[in-house]
Design a protein around this ligand. Structure first.
Ligand code: PMP
Ligand code: GLN
Length: 382
């Protein structure tokens, strides 16, 4: 029997590919973005407590009500946003699902979606599977800033959405006030929606503020904003997140959600509702992870790789173009095999594999892991 692929250009994600290679060659995995340190024992005991108290059946399809209320309180405190927990928040099985559901609920065949590259790997397939058209714009190397003039030139009557991601995976770039002003000016008076991927909202460094769409009513009114508990609480394997959007958009989102996932893990939502009262847990995250970035970058001075500044996320990019002409995929494979360190080649985040000879390293690791990895690299380059 023959089937026609809906995603003919898509293979296995780069994260799985590189993690498999790391296992195969017994390399230290600084590729796929996940912490190798333990999450909060207080939060895991709250999950056990919820299970033993009987929170083991389907929870409300839009998410545990108390969790949504606590999230609304948090968004009020952090961003002065007034979000209705009943109509404007839905708990999802991860940020990736929230993004897919948002796109699926609003995109029609032929709609154009502006995507900045390098782009998180799910964005373009999420657009094309809905029959919509990704309109690609490269962020400007090496600071990965948004070329707003090009954005203006690429807007057409079919532009339905602009996707943004700050702090940005894979580069660690963050939006600044000028970006927000440009976004406001470009979208004002149009029907253009915004998908804002803010899964790294707390993973922001150097005292920079996170410029969430939640802070700007004129942007929020046209936005789906997506978050991930996995990133905030060092539990990527929990696969829990949430989407925030104006009621009319969320209504469409929930039509798709109810027939796909319906409702998410109950005891974890109950635990998160209680743990959200601990503000320090998320407010201290930026400085906690920044220490890891700084430690890693300090160690990396023993290698000839050149850092590309990262101001947020789990990631730090390094360029190697002054050392060899090899393409970044080949180079990443060689580092795995010969240096015993796995990274992610940044060309994997471009549809046409644009190769600036940059590798992405995940520094959300124990200090000993980072030290072992950089020792391996230093030996390789000696
Ligand atoms: N967006 C970006 C930019 C990410 O890096 C991730 C991390 N995987 C996600 C979304 C999705 O996170 P989750 O694991 O919650 O689906
Ligand atoms: N977000 C993580 C990364 O960029 C991994 C997510 C995944 O493996 N799908 O590495």
């Amino acid at each position: 029997m023959k089937i026609t692929s809906k995603l003919p250009d898509v293979g296995t994600t780069i994260f799985t590919t590189m993690s498999q290679l790391a296992i195969q060659y017994n390399a230290i995995n600084l590729g796929q973005g996940f912490p190798d340190f333990f999450m909060s024992p207080e939060l895991t005991s709250l999950v056990s407590k919820a299970m033993s108290e009987g929170f083991n059946q389907y929870v409300h399809m839009n998410g545990f009500p108390l969790l949504r209320e606590r999230l609304a309180e948090k968004m009020k405190k952090l961003y002065d946003a007034t979000i209705d927990p009943a109509d404007e928040i839905t708990i999802t099985p991860g940020g990736t699902y929230a993004i897919y559901t948002a796109l699926t609920s609003v995109l029609h065949a032929g709609d154009e979606v502006i995507v900045f590259e390098p782009a998180y790997d799910s964005y373009i397939p999420n657009i094309t599977i809905n029959g919509a058209i990704p309109v690609l714009i490269s962020l400007q190397f090496p600071d990965y800033s948004i070329p707003w003039d090009e954005v203006r030139r690429k807007i057409t009557s079919k532009t339905r959405m602009i996707m943004i991601n700050s702090p940005h995976n894979p580069t660690g770039a963050v939006l600044n006030e000028n970006d927000i002003e440009q976004l406001k000016a470009i979208t004002a008076g149009t029907n253009i929606l915004i998908l804002s991927d803010e899964v790294y909202e707390h993973l922001i460094f150097d005292d920079l503020p996170h410029l969430s769409m939640l802070k700007y009513p004129d942007l929020l009114e046209r936005s789906f904003v997506c978050f991930s508990f996995g990133k905030t609480y060092h539990c990527t394997g929990w696969k829990l997140g949430y989407a925030v959007a104006p009621g009319a958009f969320m209504n469409e989102f929930r039509k798709v959600h109810q027939f796909n996932c319906f409702s998410c893990d109950t005891p974890k939502q109950v635990a998160l509702a209680e743990y959200l009262l601990n503000e320090e847990a998320y407010l201290s995250l930026g400085s906690f992870i920044q220490k890891k970035r700084d430690y890693f970058n300090q160690l990396m001075k023993d290698t000839p790789l050149i850092p590309v500044p990262s101001h947020g996320s789990y990631f730090q990019c390094y360029s190697y173009g002054h050392l060899t002409n090899e393409n970044d995929m080949d180079y990443a494979i060689r580092l795995t095999k010969e240096a015993g360190v796995t990274t992610v080649p940044v060309s994997a985040f471009y549809k046409t594999a644009e190769d600036n000879k940059v590798l992405r390293f995940c520094f959300a690791k124990k200090e000993e892991t980072l030290k072992l990895a950089v020792d391996n690299l230093a030996r390789f380059y000696k």
